[in-house]
Design a protein around this ligand. Structure first.
Ligand code: S5P
Length: 274
């Protein structure tokens, strides 16, 4: 059966990439397909929110470059929280340059992303060299890469032939590309070279643009519910930002994290039982 009709545990057993395998195992262990995106600008808020939502998530998504008072000890604290609460880390860096440049951006600079982020992502726009560059750094560390095959925002250009080329790039680099940022499953996307299609492919689909209370924001973001994303569209992980961390008090943030975890998990259970 197609990957999305199998359990996360079944998929974990077969997955060859260590980061993807660990994520699938964490999802199963915690009964959570929820990734919280913590898009705040102060270290203290960042750590407090992650400590509050930690028990309910499989993955935390960061934009490390928006932290104003960043210093390297933040990474130690983040790692401690990831061990305390049992979640993985996804730096949403959206690399988008030639291979040589992204290899440096991934390994070096202030953030040294590859040293702490289990998963990161890239736009396929530069072509396959971006994967080679990132893989040269990330593969020896057991990391995984997601390609942005689609986006959640209104009017985005990641559609049609672009999406198909992204899927093709992933299919020809399965040792490092573990999945997609996308709005639906990609198995049925026809690629230019059918010979690279593997009936057993198991790409993880992580999906942003998830919200239960509003349909969008003032800058083109578009939200769907966990049920639409996981049950109807077959995606694997819901990514929720403002719908959780934007709710004020710690108690409210915690309540929202629990609410999205429950919704996402129920949608998954319904999916695999149909
Ligand atoms: O297409 C995309 C891809 C991503 S990774 N649309 C997105 O919104 N994202 C990210 O998901 C975005 O950068 C932000 O960190 C998060 C969505 O946040 P929210 O507050 O709208 O839930």
């Amino acid at each position: 059966p197609s990957a999305h009709l199998q359990t996360y545990a079944q998929r974990a057993q077969k997955h060859a990439n260590p980061a993807a395998k660990a994520l699938l195992e964490t999802i199963e262990r915690k009964k959570s397909n929820l990734c919280v995106s913590v898009d705040v600008t102060k270290q203290a808020d960042f750590l407090r929110i992650i400590d509050v939502v930690g028990p309910y998530i499989c993955l935390v998504k960061t934009h490390i470059d928006i932290i104003e008072d960043f210093d390297p000890s933040l990474i130690d604290r983040l790692r401690e929280l990831s061990e305390k609460h049992d979640f993985l880390i996804f730096e949403d860096r959206k690399f988008a340059d030639i291979g040589n440049t992204v290899a440096l951006q991934y390994s070096s600079g202030v953030y040294k992303i590859a040293s702490w982020s289990h998963i990161t992502n890239a736009h396929p726009v530069p072509g396959p060299g971006i994967i080679s560059g990132l893989a040269s750094v990330g593969r020896p560390l057991g990391r995984g890469l997601l390609l942005l095959a689609e986006m959640s925002s209104k009017g985005n250009l990641a559609t049609g032939a672009y999406t198909a080329e992204a899927v093709h790039m992933a299919r020809t680099h399965r040792d490092f590309v573990v999945g997609f940022i996308a709005m639906r499953r990609m198995e049925s996307v026809p690629t230019p070279d059918a010979s690279v299609v593997d009936e057993d492919e198991d790409f993880l689909v992580l999906t942003p643009g998830v919200g239960l209370d509003v349909k969008g924001d003032a800058m083109g973001q578009q939200y769907r519910t966990p049920r639409e994303v996981v049950f109807e569209s077959g995606c694997d992980v819901i990514i929720v930002g403002r719908g959780i961390y934007g709710k004020g008090s710690d108690a409210e943030v915690q309540a929202q994290a629990e609410r999205y975890r429950k919704e996402g998990w129920a949608a998954y259970e319904d999916r695999i039982s149909t």
